[in-house]
Design a protein around this ligand. Sequence first.
Ligand code: PLP
Length: 396
Amino acid sequence: MFNSSTSRLAQPAILPDFDRPNGLPVFNTVADAINAYEGDDAIYVLYPKKIAEAANTFVEGFPGKTLYAVKANPHPAVLKILWASGIRAFDVASIREIDLVLSACPDAELYLMHPVKSRKTIRHAYENGVRNFAFDCAAELGKILVETNDAQDLHLHLRLALPTSGSASMPLKGKFGAKYQEALDLLRSARSVTDKLGLCFHVGSQCMDPADYVRALAYAAGLVDDAGVKIDSLDCGGGFPVAYPGMTPPPMADYFARIQKGIKICGFDDLEIIGEPGRALCGEGGSTLTRVELRKGTDLYLNEGSYGSLFDAANCAWKYPVKLHGSKDATEDTIGFRFFGPTCDSLDTMVGPFNLPADISEGDWIEICHLGAYGQALATDFNGFQSDTTVAVLNT
Ligand SMILES: Cc1ncc(COP(=O)(O)O)c(C=O)c1O
């Protein structure tokens, strides 16, 4: 509906030594991107080096196979950067995500880990080579078996409901997962219909305590013992955190070490171990550039808001790190600002406070950092405000 008519980018400098991810315009700095921009909307920035570094952290350190949870940021450039950095498997939830990953990374292995899928999605997935499917109840297991014609080559993953909420800033509770007794029954019945059977769980997004994974592993181990069945894989889900202001998690190495130890203690050493990070792979690798349209005291009216990439800043009051990219030398004195997005809706409010130079004014650009996950991915075109401009920036 509202497409590229307002969003234009002057021909950017092409850097000779950089393999442009997915043909994105590439700039050395954020300031270069802002200077080249002739449109009227926000600009989404990807930092390929940061995404590659995060991928490397998991490829080298996670004690198992790393899937990228595509929902966090489905931009084809992100998928390609991750593929180039050694991520070979992707967690998808829908027909569109399946098609998207296969067009960006044709040799990718896909895991359909959404516990509830339409029959058409299951058929489409199987026809396109997907063999990994999640389920959390007998009805969904039945759907998978029927729609794949009782295929013999499936790897089925039973999603558990965890008994406690843990430390995650965004608990994923209540919607999915089999509770203990149901999980016992499902483990036994699924074991007789598939050669490969695993358990999966999700401790909640932005998990601040590595011990949550250990508790979940112990819970899974108790269940397997009680069910008296052998499993083939254990999927620790996503939840791995990013350091946002006011939320400083332990180093990622602590998560990996605790998980590795938990696997050993639980006797899961000989299983295929899987992780499904979304946020941790791309959160720090993206930001949003937004322009100040008006200042009223400590309120800044921006061209990006909660219906754009700032959903969590509005709905969870998350304080993302901010930087001023102004047209003048800014004062060093900072004060806390509240942000309003561009739509007519009053819910389009990000309370922050976001600390920025006290003399910020109309026309200045603000970089809202660590928005590579669940930022652009959640943006809508509500009220005619949307950005179709994504750039890659080399200097981090
Ligand atoms: C099934 C599944 N896997 C992985 C993820 C990624 O979680 P995170 O971004 O917290 O790592 C999610 C997020 O909702 C999910 O639902």
